[in-house]
Design a protein around this ligand. Structure first.
Ligand SMILES: [Zn+2]
Length: 93
């Protein structure tokens, strides 16, 4: 094996090791999160998907931008969609 090949191999191994370490860390973190959610069982987390009326994307309710309009709640994926819905000028059209 040539020295260059060994170097490439070493770099690849290093990258692989970094990736594996990140994966392990993520797994540990998500498991810790799950445990936390179980502990706060009294207040159930609302993970409902809501539909953006402009682009029809489904967004988790807690992430969506809420707008109260005509006594109804609307949820948007972004400020852009919210602006489009309310008919605000600003978009290039
Ligand atoms: Zn949208």
């Amino acid at each position: 094996m040539s020295p260059q090949r060994l170097l490439i191999l070493a770099v690849l191994l290093y990258i692989a090791w970094r990736l594996i370490r990140n994966l392990i860390r993520e797994k540990i973190e998500t498991e810790a999160e799950k445990r936390q959610k179980k502990e706060t069982d009294g207040s159930t987390v609302q993970d409902v998907l809501v539909e953006d009326p402009v682009c029809h994307t489904l967004i988790p309710k807690h992430q969506a931008i809420r707008l109260r309009h005509d006594g109804k709640d609307f949820y948007f994926c972004s400020d852009e969609c919210c602006d489009k819905f309310t008919g605000k000028p600003g978009g290039s059209a």
